[in-house]
Design a protein around this ligand. Structure first.
Ligand code: MN
Length: 746
């Protein structure tokens, strides 16, 4: 008999020993099929390849998984490494097995090239999301365990790569699935390759200590066994050294010496039922002195992942402390095998439910509720519950990106950088050109084709993309790059919505008072801002129109009330009215004027622009009729023009004014700006430079350093209108260190 068959017979004996009714013929058929297909392939160790799947099936059997899992383990490399196919396996061994093998193959093909810490969580999530059936993960973990056990035959580079991947991806997954035993072995094997010196150190020190403690484990074990036997407790006692990586971590990350680590040794007492657990605890505490604060009752309060045990640390012979874990057999199963314990061999049961979405749901619940680790880890595990709504894809460099389910290449491009999205002209998925609408799948490698001459995103992209990130970035682009266009489209959209609501845009914009109130209602300073917001999609035209209508209705009521009030007042008042007051709600028809300002009811009267708020064309303004100096023009948001602060006896002097069509003076309008910035060398120079590039006339510039490291710069400019001023403000706010640019006064 050849080596392959010898090893197979061993496996079959082990399976039948655990499960006498196992379908041996089917398992043997799987072995023969795999043996034939792998044929003369050899592993790096020089052994026939088939030895590997047999070994993996052995580990799967040790986990006590079902028959399909064992069959799939034997076949797990067939699709990847031989000419076998999913369909053929499905025909011979059923679709369940074929799906398992294909699932394992997908995970095998996953590339873990990224070494970024923040990528690891995504990698782990992608790993789990890709496996529709948790058994796929379990088989893959067994596969990795055997590969780690035989890693010595690989090249140095391969060893380091595989070890890191195991430590970062596989061991944490085993941990999450509650599979302590597998996790420990994976961690120790990885550490041996990742830090051979550290591994050796700990191992050697452990050997020294255990030599020093010669016979400690055996002595304590039999001591406990004798006592419990005398008490009539039926139990099994195991003593062991803790695994190397857990000690290594405590020594290196917490800077402890081996002597400071309390629990080098761990004993397990496994009993039949819960009362026996507490009974044993009493005996242990009677035999040895307990270490204060180390007792934990995970039976009364199980860990969220279902882990149950009593933990205590006591001091044994020669003052050597050790930990004792007391649990029932059932608790032990869960602790050692975690999720796998729920997949007990179900031979002969036509269990349709096995490995279905509902089971996976259960695993998800388990992952969600795990909080036995540090808070960071907990937050991250919590996020795992979202992975049904997430898709994980690779960049060509192997970085993992997590995107919402159904995400498209557009989402991917913007998740890398807005510049990539904005200059995107095409996309490749797994090397093939795809359309922008193509939904991405877990594990896809996505590449974005960009061009310097790209025209930028189209508005349709906002409908195609799935992530808010992409949508916001596209919106930003339209906001910035297409301001003029946005204003034009926004205005058109707004006007048509208003028409629907029975309102006229012209009537609203021509009434500055009304306009100001309405703009406040939609949180915009200027009309252009409102149009632009609608144009780039930041505000829906429908919503804006609805708010305006609401406000108009409300104002209509307020207006009527005020009119009545005034009528009563003027009837009793004897105060003289020097100037004719303008009729309410009169709409100012824009015309020409020498000053650029039209005062309601007065033609070309004397006008001066107030110093407090220096209005410029485009600003909503209001006029105040002074005694002898004509009309003084304020911005509507100027504190001096605030209706709440106006003196009642002067109410009649406030008049409606508007900018004339020709309100663009040759010399421009004087206005002032204040800049707040972090003080630094050359700040004032940068400001002056910025002003000269926008070609604006500066009448005055003064800078003042504040004692706290900030600077205030005061500017007096002459600008054509508000649009130009907005441009200047924008330019100034881009100067490094500048955090606030605002108009003075107002
Ligand atoms: Mn394999």
């Amino acid at each position: 008999m050849d080596l392959a068959h010898e090893r197979y017979e061993e496996l079959e004996r082990a399976i039948l020993a655990a499960h006498p009714h196992a379908d041996a013929a089917r398992i043997r058929a799987a072995f023969e099929y795999a043996n034939e297909h792998h044929g003369p392939q050899l592993r790096k160790s020089g052994e026939p390849y088939i030895i590997h799947p047999i070994a993996v099936a052995e580990i799967v059997n040790e986990l006590d998984l079902d028959g399909d899992s064992i069959v799939a383990a034997l076949l797990h490399d067939c699709i990847e490494d031989t000419d076998s196919t999913h369909d053929e396996i499905a025909r011979l061994f059923g679709s369940q097995v074929a799906d398992l093998v294909e699932g394992v193959t997908k995970l095998t093909r996953m590339q873990y090239t990224s070494r970024e810490d923040e990528q690891m969580e995504n990698l782990r999530k992608m790993f789990m999301a890709m496996a529709k059936d948790v058994r796929v993960i379990l088989i893959k973990l067994c596969d990795r365990l055997h590969n780690m056990r035989t890693l010595q035959y690989q090249s140095d580079l391969k060893q380091k790569e595989k070890a890191l991947e195991t430590m970062e991806v596989y061991a944490p997954i085993a941990h999450r699935l509650g599979m302590q035993k597998l996790k420990w072995e994976l961690e120790d094997l990885s550490l041996e390759y990742l830090d051979p010196v550290g591994f050796r150190d700990v191992k050697d020190e452990l050997t020294n200590i255990t030599t020093l403690h010669a016979g400690f484990v055996d002595a304590m074990q039999s001591h406990i066994e004798e006592r419990l036997a005398a008490e009539g407790v039926r139990c099994k006692v195991y003593g062991r050294l803790k695994h190397i990586y857990s000690i290594y971590r405590k020594m290196y990350s917490q800077g402890k010496t081996l002597n400071e680590i309390f629990d080098l040794y761990a004993f397990r007492v496994i009993v039949e039922d819960i009362p026996a657990c507490y009974n044993v605890l009493g005996c242990i505490h009677d035999m040895f002195k307990p270490v204060l604060g180390r007792f934990k009752d995970y039976i009364g309060t199980p860990k969220p992942n279902g882990y149950q045990s009593l933990h205590t640390t006591v001091v044994g012979r020669d003052g050597i402390p050790f930990e004792v874990q007391i649990r029932t057999w059932q608790m032990h199963q869960t602790a050692e095998y975690g999720v796998a314990a729920h997949w007990k061999y179900k031979q002969g049961m036509a269990n349709q439910r096995l490995g279905t979405e509902r089971d996976f749901e259960w695993v998800r619940k388990l992952l969600e509720s795990q909080q036995d680790t540090d808070p960071d880890e907990f937050v991250r595990t919590l996020r795992v519950d979202m992975f049904a709504d997430e898709v994980f894809v690779f960049t060509p460099n192997g970085d993992v990106k997590s995107l919402p389910a159904g995400a498209t290449p557009i989402d991917f491009a913007y998740s890398i950088h807005s510049a990539i999205g904005n200059s995107m002209t095409g996309a490749r998925v797994n090397g093939r050109i795809v359309t922008f609408e193509t939904p991405l799948k877990n594990g896809d490698i996505v590449e974005i084709i960009t061009s310097k001459s790209a025209k930028g995103p189209s508005r349709d992209w906002m409908k195609i993309c799935k992530s808010n990130e992409a949508r916001n970035k596209i919106r930003q682009w339209f906001k910035k790059e297409r301001r003029e266009e946005n204003i034009a489209t926004g205005r058109a959209m707004f006007e048509s919505e208003l028409k629907h609501a029975g309102l006229s845009l012209g009537a609203i914009t021509a009434n500055p008072d009304l306009l100001e109130v309405l703009l406040k209602r939609v949180r915009c300073g200027q009309l252009d801002e409102l149009y632009a917001a609608i144009g780039y999609g930041g505000l829906s035209a429908q919503k804006a129109a609805a708010r305006i209508k609401e406000e108009m209705t409300r104002l209509g009521r307020v207006e009527r009330q005020r009119a009545e009030q005034e009528a009563i007042q003027s009837a009793v008042s004897t105060g003289e009215t020097v100037y004719p007051s303008t009729p309410k709600d009169s709409i100012l028809a824009p015309k020409r004027s020498n000053s650029g300002i039209i005062v309601a009811g007065l033609d070309n009267c004397m006008v001066k622009f107030s110093k407090c708020c220096t209005p410029v064309p485009g600003d909503p303004v209001v006029g105040f009729i002074t005694k002898g100096y004509g009309v003084s023009i304020h911005r509507q948001d100027c504190p001096n023009a605030d209706p709440a602060r106006r003196k009642p006896e002067e109410e009649g002097r406030w008049v409606k004014v508007a900018w004339a069509e020709n309100a663009v003076g040759a010399e421009g309008y004087r206005t002032s700006i204040e800049i707040s910035a972090k003080d630094r060398d050359g700040l004032a120079l940068d400001v002056a430079m910025a002003l000269s590039t926008v070609k604006v006339k500066v009448n005055h510039l003064s800078a003042r350093s504040q004692p706290d490291g900030y600077a205030m710069i005061y500017l007096e400019l002459a600008v054509r209108d508000q649009k130009e001023l907005t441009g200047v403000i924008h330019k100034l706010s881009q100067i490094p260190g500048v955090f606030l640019v605002r108009r003075a006064g107002g």
